[in-house]
Ligand binder design. Structure first.
Ligand code: R5P
Length: 296
């Protein structure tokens, strides 16, 4: 891997540093400046000719700014003769992976097109919203699961009574299954019906016994906290003891943590794909493992 280097984009400098250290690769940074009108300027002040560059740069909020930065960096790297391999720990727009209503942009398809046009040769992300989304990428693309890290964290840091792993919606069934298998515990998936016009969420019934049990709600991302809030209230209505919320991507928009805590969630736990006060779990080891096996 001697021709590989790691480049830390401004969105993910910590993960880039950790990755370079774990892979024993040179780390380079970019100079980033933003102007008062909101435009940004990127400068790459190192020779990257003939280098294979792992560009680590998440597209968490501000999503559009981070996405444009990724495109600028990738384009410049390829213009300078590098081969660009994007490591995007949180891939924005992965939820809009279909035309749910006529006329909607399939945002993920456009993101894929833009990255490829900017010169990106491969993509690694963590827990893409749905594996279906990877189908939009015509370059080699991988979604690495952080679920084992969440399960290990829960095992080591939370003292649980008769735990039950719960996905707040049916789309998360595979995730919660993997999580529960690692911990050797029972699991269920609730059915969440979200109105595409009003955004209103309705929980549908599940017939599993939750009374007196500790609940581990597992999701790929927590944005406004509404899905977790509704699930927590629903489960507490059935006598759940304590509710913990674990996710890969803690976007935690606005009052998300407050909203969840006020509906009885004891603790919110996330990874550092998105920097936040609850980003307790470092995903770098699983990224490093992927690169070690695929690049050697
Ligand atoms: C939806 O399908 C996702 O898996 C998450 O459940 C959802 O995006 C979380 O959003 P919020 O926190 O705003 O309810």
């Amino acid at each position: 891997m001697s021709d590989w280097i790691v480049l830390g984009g401004p969105a993910s400098t910590d993960i880039a540093e950790n990755l370079a250290r774990m892979l024993n690769l040179e780390l380079v940074q970019v100079d980033y400046k933003s102007f008062p009108d909101g435009e940004g300027k990127v400068r790459i002040n190192v020779d990257v000719m003939n280098k294979k560059v792992i560009m680590v740069h998440g597209t968490h909020p501000p999503c559009d700014t981070h996405l444009v930065q990724a495109l600028f960096i990738a384009h410049k790297l390829s213009q300078e003769g590098a081969s660009v391999h994007a490591c995007i720990p949180y891939l924005a727009y992965a939820r809009q992976d279909s035309e749910f209503q006529a006329g909607e942009v399939v945002s993920l398809s456009t993101v894929s097109h833009l990255l490829r046009t900017a010169g990106v040769k491969s993509l690694v992300t963590v827990d893409i919203h749905s594996s279906h989304g990877l189908g939009y990428f015509s370059i080699p693309s991988f979604s690495i699961s952080a679920i084992p890290l969440l399960a290990e964290y829960a095992k080591e840091n939370v003292n649980l009574t008769d735990p039950l792993a719960v996905s707040p919606d049916f789309g998360g069934s595979t995730r919660v299954e993997a999580f529960a298998r690692i911990l050797g515990i029972e699991k269920i998936s609730l059915k969440k019906a979200r109105s595409r016009t009003t955004g209103e969420i309705v929980m549908e019934e599940s017939n599993v016994e939750v009374s007196g049990r500790d609940i581990l709600l597992v999701d790929d991302m927590i944005s406004t906290g509404t899905s977790i809030q509704r699930a927590a209230k629903y489960l507490e209505g059935f006598g759940a003891k304590r509710v913990f919320a674990l996710c890969t991507h803690p976007l935690l928009v606005g009052r998300a943590v407050e909203i969840m805590e006020s509906s009885g969630v004891r603790e919110v736990i996330g990874t550092n794909t998105v920097p936040s006060p609850v980003s307790h779990i470092d995903v770098t080891p699983i990224l490093a493992e992927h690169y070690r096996t695929s690049l050697s």
